[in-house]
Design a protein around this ligand. Sequence first.
Ligand code: SAM
Length: 501
Amino acid sequence: MNLPHDFEIMYRKVFGETAWFAYLDGYSDRPWRALRVNPKRPICAELYPLLHTPVPWAKDAYMIENDLPLGGDPLHAGGLFYLQEPSAMAPVAALHPVAGESILDLCAAPGGKTTQIAAAMNDRGILVANEIHRERCLALAENTERMGLSSTCVTNLEPHALIPYFEQFFDAVLVDAPCSGEGMFRKDPQSIAQWNEHLPEHNATRQLDILDSAYQMTKPGGRIVYSTCTFNPIENETVLLRFIAEHQDVRLVPLMLPEALPGLSIDQLRSLANEQWPLLEDTLQLVGNDDLARCDTTRSNRYFPYSSNGEGHFVALIEKQISSCAPSQHIGTAHGKKRSLKKRTASAQQQEVIELFTDFACATLSKTYWRKLQETHTLALHGEILYAVPHNLPQTVPFAHGILRKGLPLCTARNHHIVPSHALALALTAHDVQRELQLSYGDIRVLNYLRGETLSVDESNGYLLVTVDGVPQGFGKVVDGILKNHMPKGLRKKYTFVLPH
Ligand SMILES: C[S@@+](CC[C@H](N)C(=O)[O-])C[C@H]1O[C@@H](n2cnc3c(N)ncnc32)[C@H](O)[C@@H]1O
């Protein structure tokens, strides 16, 4: 493996000689792989043989010890599992989300940690998943849909642009920051070519900006998890030190994640300081003696591929203390404005679509699901799409540019008709519908359905949920013995059964 010379000089010092050679040896092994099972789905028998080596720091997660192309399996399309590098699951373990909380995942695409947070919250509460890059944000939205999340909003904004809607709002914020990716060199050798010794300082400025936005959106008493997939002490401990030195009401909370090692100490950082890294030198000078306990960077955790079953990762848990000043007024939009004629027309349209969806819901969904959805969500029309918006989302969050998915899209309305959304189909379980087309793993009709073909069925007219061993795949509409396919065109593709059956 050809690692940059400057990289070697630095990490022989940071890791120590023995660990450096263990790290180099690791390049002859294949990268770690793991999957997380979606607790919303029934586990089908074919998956069991894969579930024997748990990831010690993450719930429902297992190491994958084979090369099966699991991403092309119908059970992956139905959101039964999410493929994720194991140490990338550690930040959510540190965040420790619980049902009913309000959580922000600020750098969220493609959604590994978002879907892990939602699972920990049992999909109850508020989860806002934000991604700055449009293309990556679409992948994020697709993954939240695939995993069947109902209480997640997907936004496509710069972190600071969210502050007006969510000032001091969240119980917890995850900053899984863009970084130099040194921890993923083995998994993604292309990132080695992009590395240079100036990258970390450049990244650190951006990471501090993102952390500052996270701070402004965290409520007093709330928590922030800062994580990266780099080994770099500038992007890790230095950014933390700087952030804590600049915010008097935050402190580092000791983390002891399984198989992780402590972060570098301030003394270790001092020994690394040189003119090549002005940010480190400057930051060390900012840290006063009074700050030493708050700033103890050994309270953070590091994962190394040679000492745990995962690639390189860094995780720190920060607490924002209760003493912070009161939130300033939400800036928000439109709320409370005089209703215009245009708005009345819009609300008449919304009423019509809600009635059409109610007819669909009464014919297709279980009474319990439909009642619970209305108890926890508000129905709101935006353009052609009717959404179920989680009740406790601040009313000031508009349907606007950058707010890609405000809750669960229920249906699209056109010309006085509605078509139920794929997102709704995947948010359901077999208990949530009145009728399903139950197919078994290995049945060729599953692959035909996922390719977008119609199926002949012996069912009466109307919508039904297509399932494989209880895992939803999408809706179909029966018309005179033919199941019309409702898989979105963009998702239709050739799947194969990759698990032994
Ligand atoms: C490490 S990745 C996130 C991985 C994700 N949390 C997951 O678990 O799937 C960092 C993300 O930050 C985004 N990003 C890049 N620049 C950013 C910025 N200035 N502010 C916020 N996010 C940014 C990247 O597009 C990338 O998707």
